[in-house]
Design a protein around this ligand. Sequence first.
Ligand SMILES: Cc1cc2nc3c(=O)[nH]c(=O)nc-3n(C[C@H](O)[C@H](O)[C@H](O)COP(=O)(O)O)c2cc1C
Length: 348
Amino acid sequence: MTSAYDVLVRKALFASGGGDPEAAHHRTIRILEQAGETPRRRAVLARIPRPAAPTTVFGITFPNPVGLAAGMDKDAVAIPAWGALGFGFVEVGTVTWHPQPGNPQPRLFRLVESEAILNRMGFNNRGAEAMAARLAALGPAPVPVGISLGKSKITPVADATEDYLNSLKLLLPYADYVAVNVSSPNTPGLRSLQDKGALDELLGALRGYTVSVAGPGGPVPLLVKIAPDLTDEAIAEVIEVCAARGVAGLIATNTTISRDGLRPSDLARAGEAGGLSGRPLHALAVRTVAFVTREAGNDLPVIGVGGILEPDDARRMFDAGARLVQLYTGFVYRGPGLVRRIVRNTRG
Ligand SMILES: Cc1cc2nc3c(=O)[nH]c(=O)nc-3n(C[C@H](O)[C@H](O)[C@H](O)COP(=O)(O)O)c2cc1C
């Protein structure tokens, strides 16, 4: 059950910004950023007990297996607060080498009846340099931090490798893992980087760098985030390339370009460009996780993400083979209480 507190918080947040979802989002992030702004506030946040269900994956020990998905904290401004809200890890970004404004607004829509979000944000972010400065100022994070890298819009797809590599070189010192995002539907051409040849070139270069600067603990793990819209054959190719290039795991999935599963009242939005997340994505994401697990076995542990709105949804992801899970839309609709409910359910 969602708590009365979470219902109230959701009501207040949804209403803030005059009901505009993006304004409400920025307001929430600003509040969370302020909560962790000074060393004293951070010390208070660090004392709030995180729900515990420790698990080790990719050589990283996570206090619990429920993470914040990429896209919520694009500029890594609120890491201490995410830890205090109970998350066992945080994936910040997607960050690009060049700072960029993203697509014109409106670009974020709540499809409330469907418990979904449609977005075409287009990697709005302050760029890799700003994120590196932010992470340096923040010091040690309370939970493991993944950094999601994407391609700058102004960089042609043919030059994507250098663009990702520039960001990687700057941000690697702050990352417990690096997520290579080649699956957002909102940057033209990005998803073509999931194709065998392009992916092989990209991962070869990124892995080459992580290996070349590895400390005694070994290279920082690289993960690849995939779309739910790939065919089984395409996923099998991604797995093959990832295994050959020493990738540590997969994140499945990003948002879908499908519009299946929308409630009638939300169909008016079906024509909007962008990626769909939340309830309508869940079955597709679980299916993708199950397929990857079956194909790759223990070689590529999976972070399952897509439409987790209740502990049972997380259970379904774990049953499909996911070792960790992440939330975005479920956090928006259910609030932070969902993290604790999933952790409790996972332990029990
Ligand atoms: C508004 C919004 C922005 C997102 N931005 C990113 C992003 O920058 N990078 C990324 O890898 N995924 C991004 N995602 C996808 C989420 O990380 C996640 O894969 C997807 O929403 C499915 O999970 P969910 O159903 O729990 O939301 C975004 C999702 C939303 C709703």
